[in-house]
Write a protein that binds this ligand. Structure first.
Ligand SMILES: [Zn+2]
Length: 185
């Protein structure tokens, strides 16, 4: 398995064939996908204007990889700061993270977009920064979208930007669905 840094480096390397570079870009997205894999993949292809025929614009792969690298760097800074804080809190006897810290258990999927073509369109780093600030502020992100700030009905993807935070709100949606599937068998 390739690490994110080496996959992203390969995706942006003009000495590598475009076929291998697009595969490396896919690997990079698999390792860092704030909207989930499919929506993040769609986001980087659209934002970097990656053409259907890769040889028409090989530099687009550099732009796509650079957007991912930049956003991941910011996310890692937040993640590391959070890990440090949790270590200090545990040392002081606070074992359970508070509600506002739930984003951490999502791994690198910070702002899940169930529809792969409906996601924020700004540069990824801007969105990552905004959602992280929203999570760390402790505000209720099931009412006010952490990515665009619009208010929306509870437990639905944001109609403006497509981000869905219902898992973050603590509702056991997956468990509920799984229970129904299980009982139907
Ligand atoms: Zn939104």
């Amino acid at each position: 398995m390739t690490s994110f840094p080496s996959a992203a480096r390969k995706a942006g390397d003009p000495r590598v064939t475009v076929d291998n570079r697009i595969l490396a870009l896919r690997e990079s997205v698999a390792r860092f996908c704030p909207y989930g894999f499919r929506a993040t993949w769609h986001h980087v292809l659209v934002n970097a204007r990656v053409p259907r025929q890769l040889t028409d614009d090989p530099d687009s792969l550099c732009r796509a990889a650079a957007e991912l690298v930049e956003a991941r760097q910011v996310w890692m800074t937040y993640r590391d700061a959070f890990a440090d804080r949790r270590r200090r809190e545990k040392a002081l006897g606070r074992r359970d993270p508070v509600f506002a810290d739930r984003w951490y258990s999502w791994g690198n999927r910070l702002a899940y977009c169930p529809n792969p073509t409906v996601h924020p369109r700004e540069r990824l780093v801007v969105v990552v920064q905004r959602v992280m600030e929203a999570y760390l502020s402790g505000r209720d992100v099931s009412v006010s979208c952490p990515a665009c700030g619009s208010t929306r009905p509870d437990a639905t993807p944001c109609p403006r930007c497509g981000v869905d935070t219902q898992w973050l709100s603590g509702r056991p949606v997956t468990v509920y669905r799984w229970r129904r599937i299980w009982q139907a068998v």
